[in-house]
Ligand binder design. Structure first.
Ligand code: GLU
Length: 285
């Protein structure tokens, strides 16, 4: 029997959901409904400085108002930090991560000093300062208790995976993974002990997610996610990176655009059916 489709909506509870989130959630929910699959909701609350339980409760309320149903229990990432620690420890033990003690300011200075830094999709790439520390320099920094992040040693990672990684994207076709665009990315943040990248690939695999529906703003990250999946021996889902909704001025909707929040639409008298229609989910029930 073919495996059932499993998809998910995975918001970070940092504020109220807006129309863009509604689109992603509906698209994933619809996909599961049409293909007889399962729809999961996951709360990506690894950053305690930005995420609140109240925001998560508001997400449940908004999605229920929209007419969505999901499987219980909902996975809260903050309750599973040990899973991300285990994955990071595995990568570290294999020499694929290295501690990075640099502050943002130091990285900026190093880039300026070098004069010409390779650029990735999100600006200058990390110049590799801490990758080049000698064993004893690294030990000294570690034993002095300096806080550190863990970065992917991309060279070592690609030596382990080979360079032929790709994923299938429903809208964009087969995409060759180009993790060089993100360089030695932070896999374990200094402040929260994991990262979005690590938590998302671990959870999608643990929860058996087979199709990932999310906005095109996360397409860049998928280049790195493919490497992490390969290194950790995780299955590769099919991706649906959809265009982002924009406002009348063509600007991408953000959590700060209060007028587009589901709560304000609801309070202004918009019905869920109207919103579903506006977003193109006119399924007639
Ligand atoms: N938690 C991420 C966000 O809210 C989305 C993660 C994903 O869909 O992969 O932007």
């Amino acid at each position: 029997m073919p495996h059932p489709l499993v998809t998910r909506f995975a918001p970070s509870p940092t504020g109220l959901l807006h129309k863009g989130h509604a689109y992603s959630a509906l698209a994933a929910h619809e996909l599961a409904r049409r293909r007889g699959g399962r729809f999961l909701l996951r709360i990506e609350d690894i950053d305690p400085t930005r995420c609140t339980r109240e925001n998560a409760e508001n997400i449940f309320e908004d999605l229920a108002w929209l007419g969505l149903t999901w499987e219980e229990p909902v996975r809260f990432q903050s309750e599973h930090l040990a899973d991300y620690d285990d994955a990071a420890a595995d990568l570290r033990a294999r020499g694929l991560l290295y501690p990075c003690f640099c502050t943002r300011v130091e990285i900026q200075r190093e880039i300026e000093r070098a004069g010409r830094a390779p650029h990735g999709s999100e600006g200058p790439l990390y110049p590799g300062t801490c990758r080049r520390l000698t064993g004893s320099e690294r030990e000294a920094r570690l034993s002095s208790g300096t806080p550190y992040a863990m970065r992917l040693d991309l060279g070592a990672a690609l030596a382990a995976t080979g360079s032929g990684l790709f994923w299938d994207d429903v809208k964009h076709g087969r995409i060759a993974a180009r993790p060089e665009r993100l360089g030695d990315a932070v896999i374990v943040r200094k402040d929260i002990g994991t990262s979005y990248h690590l938590a998302v690939v671990v959870d999608d695999a643990l929860q058996g997610v087979t199709e990932i529906v999310r906005g095109e703003d996360l397409l860049e990250a998928t280049h790195l996610h493919r490497v992490l999946q390969e290194l950790l021996g995780l299955p590769v889902p099919v991706y649906h990176h959809h265009p982002l909704l924009t406002d009348e001025a063509g600007r991408r909707l953000a959590k700060r655009d209060r007028s587009a929040t589901l709560r304000s639409l609801r309070e202004a008298g918009t019905s869920p059916a109207e919103l579903r229609r506006e977003l193109g989910f006119d399924d007639g029930g």
